[in-house]
Design a protein around this ligand. Structure first.
Ligand code: G3P
Ligand code: CA
Length: 291
């Protein structure tokens, strides 16, 4: 029985006495009283997404939690980038005009390292690079940040779960402190999330999407969170998620995305979500502090 249910039962046992018990561990991602704010692809409204500059920007703004997207190069190096092509966020078409369709998986790490991943966003970020995951982990470690890591398009990269866990282990991110407080691994692919859980059961995991309530018990076998688009959820859906315990014996949690304005931030806080993933962490923090 988890704490929300325990509180309700205690109130019932007291015969309807006017006693409201706290419902923690709601928001146990933070251990604090409100939804945690996660900077999506770094503080991506203010610096080019998934670059080291974007996580430094989140750090400068005072945000501990960042989110990223991990994929793999042709020669097997893990890199941090959202799209499966390099075109939107780098100058790849200029540097390699004959390499259409410019898929991440078709370029070596050395080739990708040559690209400018900042100019598309603004001149002051010219020269920013697509970071390797190793570079990225060094920076989040240096910044004492916490990470929601997404394994992106895992069907394109067989074995990426094991490889990612190995890198996290080498970076010191699979020790007890990181597992308890600083790391969540997520994917839209249930198979990928299940693989991560089976390989390293201590890792906190999240399934992206909005599965039906009927499917939640099966997912709760291997995932700790269901992280859904804010446009797809309701108070009832969030309550349904919280009603199941995950593989670590705690209620499933929900971090919702991508919430970038005050009204939406307040709406999802009213749903009792555990966290809000946003390109504009300052806007969400302000909205929630006045909530
Ligand atoms: O973390 C949630 C969110 O990142 C999922 O969507 O497409 O931005 O990776 P996407
Ligand atoms: Ca993502």
């Amino acid at each position: 029985m988890h704490a929300r249910v325990a509180a309700a039962s205690t109130a019932a046992l007291l015969g309807g006495a006017v006693l409201i018990l706290p419902t923690s561990p709601a928001h146990s991602v933070t251990g604090s009283g409100g939804p945690v704010v996660v900077s999506h692809r770094g503080a991506s409204a203010y610096a080019p997404e998934n670059t080291l500059a974007a996580i430094d920007k989140a750090d400068d703004m005072g945000f501990r939690w960042v989110e990223n997207d991990v994929q793999r190069t042709r020669d097997g190096v893990l890199v941090v980038i959202h799209d499966d092509t390099l075109t939107r966020t780098t100058n790849v078409e200029e540097v390699y005009p004959r390499r259409s369709p410019w898929k991440v998986k078709d370029f070596t790490a050395k080739e990708i390292a040559r690209l400018d991943a900042g100019s598309w966003f603004g001149r002051r970020y010219a020269g920013a690079h697509v970071p390797t995951l190793e570079q990225y982990m060094n920076r989040v470690s240096r910044n004492h940040q916490k990470l929601v890591m997404e394994i992106k398009n895992p069907e394109l990269y067989p074995g990426i779960e094991r490889q990612t866990l190995k890198l996290l282990n080498n970076a010191g991110w699979l020790d007890a402190d990181h597992l308890r407080n600083r790391l969540i691994v997520q994917s839209f692919s249930p198979a990928s999330v299940r693989t991560v859980h089976n390989l390293r059961p201590g890792v906190k995991t999240a399934l992206l999407g909005t599965p039906s309530v009927a499917d939640l018990p099966a997912y709760a076998e291997f995932t700790d969170q269901i992280n859904s688009s804010y446009t797809s959820i309701s108070t009832g859906y969030v309550a349904a998620i919280h009603a199941f315990d995950g593989p670590h014996g705690k209620p499933l949690e929900i971090l919702t995305w991508t919430v970038n304005d005050t009204a939406a931030a307040r709406r999802v806080a009213g749903y009792d979500v555990d966290g809000v993933i946003t390109n504009r962490p300052d806007v969400v923090r302000r909205a929630l502090s006045a909530y």
